[in-house]
Design a protein around this ligand. Structure first.
Ligand SMILES: Cc1cc2nc3c(=O)[nH]c(=O)nc-3n(C[C@H](O)[C@H](O)[C@H](O)COP(=O)(O)O)c2cc1C
Length: 356
Protein backbone atom coordinates (compact mmCIF):
# COMPACT_ATOMS: atom_id res chain seq x y z
CA UNK A 1 0.00 0.00 0.00
CA UNK A 2 2.79 2.45 0.94
CA UNK A 3 4.35 1.68 -2.46
CA UNK A 4 1.24 3.17 -4.10
CA UNK A 5 1.31 6.35 -1.99
CA UNK A 6 5.07 6.94 -2.16
CA UNK A 7 5.30 8.27 -5.76
CA UNK A 8 2.72 10.98 -4.94
CA UNK A 9 4.56 11.93 -1.75
CA UNK A 10 7.84 12.14 -3.66
CA UNK A 11 6.41 14.78 -6.00
CA UNK A 12 5.70 17.09 -3.04
CA UNK A 13 8.04 19.35 -1.16
CA UNK A 14 9.62 17.04 1.49
CA UNK A 15 8.23 18.92 4.51
CA UNK A 16 4.77 19.07 3.00
CA UNK A 17 4.94 15.34 2.20
CA UNK A 18 5.91 14.71 5.81
CA UNK A 19 2.88 16.63 7.12
CA UNK A 20 0.47 15.11 4.59
CA UNK A 21 1.66 11.55 5.33
CA UNK A 22 1.34 11.99 9.09
CA UNK A 23 -2.09 13.57 8.83
CA UNK A 24 -3.27 10.79 6.52
CA UNK A 25 -1.86 8.19 8.90
CA UNK A 26 -3.69 9.74 11.87
CA UNK A 27 -6.97 9.73 9.95
CA UNK A 28 -6.54 6.14 8.80
CA UNK A 29 -5.76 5.13 12.38
CA UNK A 30 -8.81 6.99 13.67
CA UNK A 31 -11.11 4.86 11.48
CA UNK A 32 -9.18 1.64 12.04
CA UNK A 33 -7.79 1.45 8.48
CA UNK A 34 -4.09 1.70 9.23
CA UNK A 35 -3.84 -2.09 8.98
CA UNK A 36 -4.11 -1.65 5.18
CA UNK A 37 -0.58 -0.25 5.24
CA UNK A 38 0.81 -3.77 5.62
CA UNK A 39 1.57 -6.58 8.03
CA UNK A 40 2.46 -5.67 11.60
CA UNK A 41 5.07 -7.88 13.25
CA UNK A 42 4.14 -10.64 15.70
CA UNK A 43 5.34 -9.90 19.25
CA UNK A 44 9.07 -10.38 19.86
CA UNK A 45 9.49 -9.32 23.48
CA UNK A 46 12.84 -7.70 24.21
CA UNK A 47 13.71 -6.72 27.78
CA UNK A 48 16.17 -3.84 28.03
CA UNK A 49 16.73 -1.06 30.60
CA UNK A 50 14.21 -2.88 32.82
CA UNK A 51 11.54 -2.20 30.16
CA UNK A 52 9.62 -4.67 28.02
CA UNK A 53 9.71 -3.74 24.32
CA UNK A 54 7.05 -5.59 22.21
CA UNK A 55 9.73 -5.84 19.51
CA UNK A 56 13.26 -4.44 19.11
CA UNK A 57 12.52 -2.05 16.20
CA UNK A 58 11.77 1.57 17.12
CA UNK A 59 11.15 4.88 15.41
CA UNK A 60 14.14 7.23 15.77
CA UNK A 61 13.79 10.79 17.06
CA UNK A 62 12.94 13.63 14.69
CA UNK A 63 9.97 12.26 12.78
CA UNK A 64 7.41 13.01 15.50
CA UNK A 65 9.14 16.00 17.03
CA UNK A 66 6.06 17.29 18.87
CA UNK A 67 4.72 13.90 20.04
CA UNK A 68 1.56 14.54 18.03
CA UNK A 69 1.25 11.18 16.23
CA UNK A 70 2.23 8.48 18.71
CA UNK A 71 -1.02 6.50 18.52
CA UNK A 72 -0.78 5.98 14.76
CA UNK A 73 2.96 5.27 14.89
CA UNK A 74 2.48 2.52 17.46
CA UNK A 75 -0.38 1.12 15.36
CA UNK A 76 2.10 0.62 12.48
CA UNK A 77 4.00 -1.90 14.63
CA UNK A 78 6.94 0.01 16.11
CA UNK A 79 8.11 -1.52 19.39
CA UNK A 80 9.09 1.96 20.57
CA UNK A 81 8.62 5.53 19.45
CA UNK A 82 11.14 8.21 20.40
CA UNK A 83 9.56 11.67 20.19
CA UNK A 84 11.47 15.00 20.04
CA UNK A 85 13.98 16.47 20.11
CA UNK A 86 12.11 18.76 22.54
CA UNK A 87 13.54 21.92 24.02
CA UNK A 88 12.34 24.01 27.00
CA UNK A 89 10.91 26.81 24.83
CA UNK A 90 9.22 26.29 21.45
CA UNK A 91 11.38 27.25 18.46
CA UNK A 92 10.86 27.55 14.72
CA UNK A 93 14.07 25.87 13.57
CA UNK A 94 16.09 26.96 10.54
CA UNK A 95 14.52 28.72 7.54
CA UNK A 96 13.09 26.52 4.79
CA UNK A 97 14.14 24.75 2.63
CA UNK A 98 15.93 22.61 5.22
CA UNK A 99 15.06 19.04 4.22
CA UNK A 100 16.44 17.42 1.04
CA UNK A 101 15.85 13.96 -0.42
CA UNK A 102 18.48 12.01 -2.32
CA UNK A 103 16.27 9.10 -3.47
CA UNK A 104 18.88 7.35 -5.64
CA UNK A 105 20.94 6.71 -2.49
CA UNK A 106 17.97 6.30 -0.10
CA UNK A 107 19.35 9.29 1.79
CA UNK A 108 18.24 12.58 3.31
CA UNK A 109 20.10 15.74 4.26
CA UNK A 110 18.39 17.84 6.93
CA UNK A 111 19.14 21.02 8.81
CA UNK A 112 15.82 21.32 10.61
CA UNK A 113 17.40 22.84 13.74
CA UNK A 114 15.14 21.43 16.49
CA UNK A 115 11.88 22.95 15.24
CA UNK A 116 9.49 21.90 17.99
CA UNK A 117 6.48 23.02 20.03
CA UNK A 118 8.41 23.03 23.32
CA UNK A 119 8.42 20.30 25.96
CA UNK A 120 5.33 21.58 27.80
CA UNK A 121 3.08 21.46 24.73
CA UNK A 122 4.46 18.03 23.79
CA UNK A 123 3.72 16.68 27.26
CA UNK A 124 0.15 17.99 26.96
CA UNK A 125 -0.14 16.22 23.61
CA UNK A 126 1.08 12.91 25.09
CA UNK A 127 -1.41 13.30 27.94
CA UNK A 128 -4.24 13.63 25.39
CA UNK A 129 -3.16 10.53 23.44
CA UNK A 130 -4.88 7.17 23.54
CA UNK A 131 -1.46 5.79 24.46
CA UNK A 132 -1.87 7.39 27.91
CA UNK A 133 -5.59 6.83 28.29
CA UNK A 134 -5.83 3.20 27.21
CA UNK A 135 -5.08 0.21 29.43
CA UNK A 136 -1.97 -1.66 28.35
CA UNK A 137 0.52 0.54 26.48
CA UNK A 138 1.15 -0.59 22.89
CA UNK A 139 4.91 0.02 23.12
CA UNK A 140 7.69 1.95 24.77
CA UNK A 141 7.74 5.77 24.66
CA UNK A 142 11.10 7.54 24.57
CA UNK A 143 11.36 11.32 24.98
CA UNK A 144 14.41 12.93 23.36
CA UNK A 145 15.53 16.23 24.89
CA UNK A 146 17.85 19.06 23.82
CA UNK A 147 18.73 22.66 24.46
CA UNK A 148 17.31 25.77 22.82
CA UNK A 149 19.31 27.29 19.98
CA UNK A 150 20.04 30.50 21.93
CA UNK A 151 21.11 28.77 25.15
CA UNK A 152 24.91 28.74 25.38
CA UNK A 153 26.60 25.42 26.19
CA UNK A 154 27.67 26.84 29.56
CA UNK A 155 23.97 26.99 30.50
CA UNK A 156 22.83 23.91 28.59
CA UNK A 157 22.48 21.75 31.72
CA UNK A 158 19.60 23.93 32.93
CA UNK A 159 17.72 23.34 29.63
CA UNK A 160 18.27 19.57 29.79
CA UNK A 161 17.28 19.47 33.49
CA UNK A 162 14.08 21.39 32.79
CA UNK A 163 13.15 18.94 30.00
CA UNK A 164 14.15 15.96 32.14
CA UNK A 165 11.86 17.08 34.91
CA UNK A 166 8.91 17.64 32.56
CA UNK A 167 9.45 14.41 30.62
CA UNK A 168 10.11 12.17 33.61
CA UNK A 169 6.51 11.41 34.71
CA UNK A 170 5.40 10.27 31.22
CA UNK A 171 8.51 8.83 29.57
CA UNK A 172 9.49 5.17 29.61
CA UNK A 173 13.03 6.35 28.84
CA UNK A 174 14.70 9.69 28.14
CA UNK A 175 17.39 10.35 25.52
CA UNK A 176 19.83 13.24 25.86
CA UNK A 177 20.62 14.58 22.40
CA UNK A 178 24.08 16.13 22.24
CA UNK A 179 24.83 15.04 18.69
CA UNK A 180 22.67 17.02 16.26
CA UNK A 181 24.85 18.90 13.74
CA UNK A 182 22.14 21.54 13.26
CA UNK A 183 22.35 23.41 16.56
CA UNK A 184 25.55 25.38 16.66
CA UNK A 185 28.05 24.11 19.26
CA UNK A 186 25.80 21.28 20.47
CA UNK A 187 28.23 18.54 19.52
CA UNK A 188 30.92 20.12 21.72
CA UNK A 189 28.95 18.71 24.64
CA UNK A 190 30.38 15.34 23.59
CA UNK A 191 33.90 16.39 24.65
CA UNK A 192 34.97 14.49 27.75
CA UNK A 193 34.93 17.28 30.32
CA UNK A 194 31.67 18.84 29.13
CA UNK A 195 30.08 15.40 28.75
CA UNK A 196 31.04 14.34 32.26
CA UNK A 197 29.70 17.58 33.77
CA UNK A 198 26.40 17.38 31.88
CA UNK A 199 25.72 13.67 32.35
CA UNK A 200 26.59 13.78 36.05
CA UNK A 201 24.08 16.62 36.61
CA UNK A 202 21.44 14.69 34.70
CA UNK A 203 22.20 11.50 36.67
CA UNK A 204 21.73 13.47 39.91
CA UNK A 205 18.49 14.88 38.50
CA UNK A 206 17.30 11.33 37.75
CA UNK A 207 18.08 10.18 41.32
CA UNK A 208 16.05 13.05 42.72
CA UNK A 209 13.13 12.47 40.33
CA UNK A 210 13.19 8.74 40.96
CA UNK A 211 12.73 9.33 44.71
CA UNK A 212 10.02 11.91 44.02
CA UNK A 213 7.99 9.77 41.59
CA UNK A 214 8.77 6.35 43.05
CA UNK A 215 9.79 5.19 39.59
CA UNK A 216 13.16 4.89 37.82
CA UNK A 217 13.27 6.20 34.23
CA UNK A 218 16.33 5.08 32.23
CA UNK A 219 18.62 7.82 30.88
CA UNK A 220 20.20 7.32 27.43
CA UNK A 221 22.67 9.52 25.54
CA UNK A 222 22.69 9.88 21.75
CA UNK A 223 26.06 10.26 20.02
CA UNK A 224 27.31 11.32 16.59
CA UNK A 225 28.85 9.01 13.97
CA UNK A 226 31.68 11.49 13.43
CA UNK A 227 33.59 10.79 16.67
CA UNK A 228 37.18 9.56 16.31
CA UNK A 229 38.62 6.66 18.32
CA UNK A 230 39.84 8.91 21.13
CA UNK A 231 36.43 10.60 21.41
CA UNK A 232 34.69 7.23 21.52
CA UNK A 233 37.07 5.95 24.16
CA UNK A 234 36.52 9.06 26.31
CA UNK A 235 32.75 8.88 25.89
CA UNK A 236 32.81 5.18 26.80
CA UNK A 237 34.71 6.06 29.99
CA UNK A 238 32.19 8.73 30.97
CA UNK A 239 29.17 6.52 30.23
CA UNK A 240 30.67 3.63 32.21
CA UNK A 241 31.76 5.79 35.18
CA UNK A 242 28.42 7.57 35.41
CA UNK A 243 26.40 4.43 34.71
CA UNK A 244 24.17 5.79 31.95
CA UNK A 245 21.43 3.28 31.18
CA UNK A 246 22.07 3.12 27.44
CA UNK A 247 23.56 4.82 24.39
CA UNK A 248 21.84 5.58 21.09
CA UNK A 249 24.37 5.30 18.26
CA UNK A 250 24.07 7.31 16.05
CA UNK A 251 22.72 10.64 14.89
CA UNK A 252 23.24 11.97 11.32
CA UNK A 253 26.71 12.61 9.86
CA UNK A 254 28.37 15.76 8.57
CA UNK A 255 30.29 13.59 6.09
CA UNK A 256 29.10 13.39 2.47
CA UNK A 257 30.53 9.95 1.80
CA UNK A 258 28.39 8.09 -0.72
CA UNK A 259 26.50 11.14 -1.99
CA UNK A 260 29.38 13.26 -3.36
CA UNK A 261 27.91 13.13 -6.86
CA UNK A 262 24.51 14.47 -5.84
CA UNK A 263 23.73 18.15 -6.37
CA UNK A 264 22.24 18.06 -2.85
CA UNK A 265 25.59 17.08 -1.28
CA UNK A 266 26.47 20.77 -0.94
CA UNK A 267 23.49 21.47 1.31
CA UNK A 268 24.48 22.03 4.94
CA UNK A 269 23.09 19.60 7.51
CA UNK A 270 23.19 16.01 8.65
CA UNK A 271 23.17 13.10 6.20
CA UNK A 272 21.07 10.03 7.03
CA UNK A 273 19.98 6.86 5.27
CA UNK A 274 21.89 4.14 3.40
CA UNK A 275 25.20 6.06 2.99
CA UNK A 276 25.37 6.40 6.80
CA UNK A 277 25.07 2.68 7.56
CA UNK A 278 28.75 1.65 7.70
CA UNK A 279 30.01 4.76 9.47
CA UNK A 280 27.27 4.55 12.07
CA UNK A 281 27.68 0.79 12.62
CA UNK A 282 31.44 1.23 12.97
CA UNK A 283 30.88 3.87 15.69
CA UNK A 284 28.50 1.48 17.46
CA UNK A 285 30.98 -1.42 17.26
CA UNK A 286 33.89 0.69 18.55
CA UNK A 287 31.80 2.06 21.41
CA UNK A 288 30.63 -1.47 22.29
CA UNK A 289 34.23 -2.56 22.84
CA UNK A 290 34.96 0.44 25.10
CA UNK A 291 31.81 0.42 27.19
CA UNK A 292 30.83 -1.61 30.23
CA UNK A 293 29.02 -4.60 28.80
CA UNK A 294 26.02 -4.10 31.09
CA UNK A 295 25.14 -0.87 29.18
CA UNK A 296 22.89 -1.68 26.20
CA UNK A 297 23.18 0.08 22.83
CA UNK A 298 20.47 1.22 20.44
CA UNK A 299 21.69 0.97 16.83
CA UNK A 300 20.41 3.64 14.43
CA UNK A 301 21.76 4.97 11.16
CA UNK A 302 21.21 3.74 7.62
CA UNK A 303 18.89 0.79 8.22
CA UNK A 304 17.03 0.30 4.94
CA UNK A 305 16.63 -3.53 4.95
CA UNK A 306 16.38 -6.39 7.42
CA UNK A 307 20.04 -7.26 6.88
CA UNK A 308 21.08 -3.76 8.00
CA UNK A 309 19.21 -4.22 11.28
CA UNK A 310 20.97 -7.56 11.74
CA UNK A 311 24.33 -5.85 11.11
CA UNK A 312 23.56 -3.48 14.01
CA UNK A 313 22.75 -6.36 16.37
CA UNK A 314 25.90 -8.21 15.22
CA UNK A 315 27.89 -5.05 16.09
CA UNK A 316 26.43 -5.04 19.60
CA UNK A 317 23.02 -3.33 19.49
CA UNK A 318 20.16 -4.76 21.56
CA UNK A 319 17.55 -2.51 19.94
CA UNK A 320 17.47 -0.70 16.59
CA UNK A 321 15.72 2.41 15.31
CA UNK A 322 14.83 3.62 11.81
CA UNK A 323 13.99 6.96 10.24
CA UNK A 324 15.16 7.54 6.65
CA UNK A 325 14.67 3.92 5.59
CA UNK A 326 11.11 4.17 6.91
CA UNK A 327 10.46 7.22 4.72
CA UNK A 328 11.55 5.36 1.57
CA UNK A 329 10.28 1.87 2.43
CA UNK A 330 7.27 2.52 4.66
CA UNK A 331 5.94 0.24 7.41
CA UNK A 332 7.08 -2.96 5.64
CA UNK A 333 10.59 -2.05 6.86
CA UNK A 334 9.45 -2.54 10.48
CA UNK A 335 8.16 -6.03 9.73
CA UNK A 336 11.28 -6.92 7.72
CA UNK A 337 13.67 -5.79 10.48
CA UNK A 338 11.78 -7.54 13.28
CA UNK A 339 11.71 -10.80 11.31
CA UNK A 340 15.41 -10.54 10.36
CA UNK A 341 16.45 -9.98 13.99
CA UNK A 342 14.16 -12.79 15.12
CA UNK A 343 15.73 -15.19 12.56
CA UNK A 344 19.23 -14.26 13.73
CA UNK A 345 18.26 -14.99 17.31
CA UNK A 346 16.76 -18.37 16.41
CA UNK A 347 19.86 -19.33 14.41
CA UNK A 348 22.19 -18.30 17.20
CA UNK A 349 20.12 -20.20 19.76
CA UNK A 350 20.34 -23.31 17.61
CA UNK A 351 24.12 -22.95 17.32
CA UNK A 352 24.17 -22.08 13.61
CA UNK A 353 26.94 -19.65 12.61
CA UNK A 354 26.09 -15.96 12.73
CA UNK A 355 24.03 -14.57 9.86
CA UNK A 356 25.27 -11.24 8.63
C1 LIG B 1 14.58 15.04 9.04
C2 LIG B 1 15.30 14.48 10.22
C3 LIG B 1 15.15 15.08 11.47
C4 LIG B 1 15.82 14.55 12.57
N1 LIG B 1 15.64 15.14 13.80
C5 LIG B 1 16.22 14.59 14.89
C6 LIG B 1 15.99 15.13 16.18
O1 LIG B 1 15.22 16.08 16.36
N2 LIG B 1 16.64 14.55 17.24
C7 LIG B 1 17.47 13.47 17.10
O2 LIG B 1 18.01 12.97 18.09
N3 LIG B 1 17.70 12.94 15.87
C8 LIG B 1 17.09 13.46 14.79
N4 LIG B 1 17.32 12.90 13.55
C9 LIG B 1 18.26 11.79 13.43
C10 LIG B 1 17.57 10.43 13.45
O3 LIG B 1 16.92 10.20 14.67
C11 LIG B 1 18.61 9.30 13.21
O4 LIG B 1 19.52 9.27 14.29
C12 LIG B 1 19.39 9.49 11.92
O5 LIG B 1 18.57 10.00 10.90
C13 LIG B 1 20.03 8.20 11.44
O6 LIG B 1 19.07 7.22 11.20
P1 LIG B 1 18.47 6.90 9.71
O7 LIG B 1 19.64 6.72 8.80
O8 LIG B 1 17.63 5.66 9.92
O9 LIG B 1 17.65 8.09 9.36
C14 LIG B 1 16.66 13.41 12.43
C15 LIG B 1 16.80 12.82 11.17
C16 LIG B 1 16.13 13.33 10.07
C17 LIG B 1 16.29 12.66 8.74
Amino acid sequence: MYGLVLPALMTMDPERAHDVALRWMDRANGVGLLGLMGKTPAPFLTKVFGLEFPNPVGLAAGLDKDAAHIDALFALGFGSVEVGTLTPRPQAGNPQPRLFRIPQQMAIINRMGFNNCGIDAAIASIERSRFMRGGKRPGVLGINIGRNKDTPNAEAAADYLYCLERAYPLADYITVNISSPNTQGLRELQEEQALRALVSQLRDGCERLSAQHGRRVPLLVKIAPDLNDDDIEAAGRVFTDLKVDGVVATNTTVSRMGVQDSARAREAGGLSGAPLLDRSTSTLRRLRSRLDESIPLVGVGGICRGADAVAKTAAGATLVQVYTGFIYRGPSLIFECVEAIRRRKVHRASGVADLK
